[in-house]
Design a protein around this ligand. Structure first.
Ligand code: ASP
Length: 316
């Protein structure tokens, strides 16, 4: 098995076997992370810079912990307070950092495509930690690992992704990954929150939870991304919760053993019932956070192996 990429910019360029490579290595890091002594040396001597141009809680913390556990020197740039405010362009900032010889650059940016652009300008490995509505590859990989561990496989599952699909890079990366691994993906949400042309991605689309959830093995809820809405996409949050909020009653339409997922941050009482989110028999939301650290360790480990031996791609 191999993983022959210089960057992790999205799920789109990954082959199914490469996705499996990341997940298999992440499984090993889950074991390491559960031990009292959590240090490994895969990134020893390397410098990791986290550049978050958009607010983040779990993703940034997760990348930071992942880098530290693997022995990297990790630096967080406070981008809001940086020279961007003084008018410097993204590329100028990137070039300045590049001159400090980082090995891994973890970037989140509000504009789709900004991280790809940056990757073309620097000579280190770039990981996309979310760019606009485009992709959030480590989120899809951590979701995949959570599903694989809960269900024992990552193929031929019925997976429902519900809510604000139109504004979600999480949905996009998940649709790509779950499709590549040959699952049946259904999208459920109001037509106003469904992107045009989404059926071309090989998904089924529903605007009714009862219909869409029927027999689903996995129910993935998404946050209403108000910060990306510039008009009235929903009548009211109460109405939205009534029709699309996941509670025990709606979950009963899914398969009896269906798991509930959410990438966070959650709006309790808007897209998901608080009690259901905390129900450890159904919800794997905390496992998703745990898998996040392991998947990021695996992704950075694989990219670092390619940095050290660029020609062949790594054999795992
Ligand atoms: N944390 C995820 C993201 O950055 C999901 C969300 O914000 O709703 O895309």
């Amino acid at each position: 098995m191999s993983f022959s990429h210089a960057h992790l910019l999205g799920i789109e360029p990954l082959a199914p076997s490469e996705i499996t490579t990341v997940l298999d290595l992440a499984d090993q890091y889950v074991d390491l992370n559960r031990r009292p002594e959590k240090h490994a040396e895969a990134l020893q001597g390397l410098t990791q810079i986290n550049m978050f141009f958009e607010a983040s809680t779990r993703t940034q913390a997760s990348f930071e912990i992942a880098g530290q556990r693997l022995g990297a020197d990790v630096m967080n740039m406070a981008m809001q307070a940086s020279s961007l405010k003084k008018g410097e362009t993204l590329i100028d900032t990137a070039m300045t950092l590049n001159a400090m010889h980082p090995d891994l650059l973890v970037v989140r940016h509000p504009h789709s495509g900004a991280v790809d652009l940056l990757a073309q300008k620097v000579n280190c490995a770039v990981l996309n930690a979310g760019d606009g509505r485009h992709e959030h590859p480590t989120q899809a990989l951590l979701d995949a690992l959570t599903i694989r561990r809960a269900k024992g496989r990552l193929h031929r599952l019925n997976i429902a992704i519900c809510g604000d699909i139109a504004h979600s890079r999480v949905a996009r990366s998940n649709i790509l990954l779950l499709g590549k691994m040959e699952n049946r993906v259904r999208l459920i949400g109001p037509p106003t929150l469904m992107p045009a042309g989404i059926r071309d991605f090989g998904v089924e689309v529903f605007d009714d939870m009862a219909e869409g959830l029927r027999g689903a093995d996995v129910v993935m809820m998404l946050r209403l991304q108000r910060e990306r809405m510039d008009g009235g996409f929903i009548p009211s949050e109460r109405e939205y919760y009534f029709r699309y909020g996941l509670d025990a009653e709606k979950l009963a339409f899914a398969a009896p053993e269906a798991i509930v997922m959410h990438p966070g941050p959650m709006n309790r009482g808007v897209e998901i019932d608080g009690e259901l989110a905390d129900d450890i028999n159904r919800s794997v939301i905390q496992e998703q956070v745990e898998m996040g650290v392991a998947v990021r360790m695996a992704a950075m480990d694989l990219l670092a192996r390619n940095l050290r031996a660029p020609a062949e791609g790594v054999m795992v």
